[in-house]
Ligand binder design. Sequence first.
Ligand code: NAD
Ligand code: MG
Length: 399
Amino acid sequence: MQPTADMRQVAVLGATGSIGASALDVIARHRGRLRASVLAAGSNAEALVKLCITHRPDHAAVADPAAWPRLRDGLRDAGLPTHAHAGPDALQALAAGPECDTVVAAIVGAAGLGSTLAAARAGKRLLLANKESLVLAGELVMAATRRSGAQVVPIDSEHSAVFQCLQACRAGDVRRIVLTASGGPFRGWDRARLARVTPAQAVAHPKWSMGPKISVDSATLMNKGLEVIEAHHLFGLPPARIGVLVHPQSLVHALVEYVDGSTLAQLGLPDMRTALAVGLGWPERIDSGVTGLDLLAQGRLEFEAPDLDAFPCLRLAGEALAAGGTAPAVLNAANEEAVSAFLQGRIGFLAIPELVEDALAALPAAPADSLEALLAADADARRRTRHRIDSSPPGSPAA
Ligand code: NAD
Ligand code: MG
């Protein structure tokens, strides 16, 4: 089908990842309406070239400059006219420039902040999966979207659920929102068992297929903590009005309770293509490839309270949100460093909350009035956490 003037030109940042694959799957189902005009990744040039062969974007970019020659040569060898770019600045310029009108922000970690902010400042439709950028600099990102008129459509499944439930209500109508959590692979485990968890066990999520970092975050419940902070920024609610409920079936993604006692929930199979289709088609509904929910076949829907003793990361995230300022940036940076060390087999599972708690205690919250202050807090927390891991690693890794 020929492109039309109202064709959505989509930049998929983090194209080689799990969310990137889901986004490209939905885009490919709507060839007359959606087009991947920009694809970007971290350093895997070979995987990016393969995606370019299938999706034929105008531009492809790798954040790692060392991967640029492989990207350029791969595109040339495939006979593609796609332009090759490299470096974080190139990603930001593509996210902000005329090459796209819609940005899928699906880079993992604080590394996504620059391109998220660039898209927010440039007034793009921002399909935000990169929750770490909101945890690190939520006020700045949301202020940028308000100034530019950028429309944020959350991609995190819980936040997509809240976004959908909030349609057709006024500010002031909402009493509280509740995010659900699957509970991860170690739901019901005590600390003695958790101490022996391996990286392979931690990334084997029972309900969702995701990248390694968010899979570990789901296993520690830090993911839900980051999501509470994310919801606070996206929906402008104080922490006391954001609840968390463990729901092992992962079919109810979030609930919104109104002042009249009514509660709306959004349900669906645990497949991120639904949230991406919401973002790509909004306000219209478009096919995502996900089948509807058969509640008879699914059976029970269960709910329980999160266990904050076994999974302190959720509590730590709440404390960081309450402390405000630079505390969420410190929480996020220490967590990223700890998760990376855990995945490399350098520290045990229980060391993750220990290292985050240590960083929050050692680096008290300061005002977060500028991007520089936040990036400095992020750097300080990484330095401290890396130093602790290198010198006296807390918690030995499981054999
Ligand atoms: P992933 O590890 O599968 O993919 C990460 C992507 O980011 C890859 O394309 C990688 O090349 C790119 N990347 C890594 N470092 C980069 C850098 N420095 N610069 C540019 N690109 C870089 O991760 P994912 O599971 O797709 O998650 C992506 C984001 O979406 C995370 O913030 C995650 O929390 C969020 N999210 C994911 C899911 C899910 O189901 N996977 C659900 C909700 C939210
Ligand atoms: Mg989520």
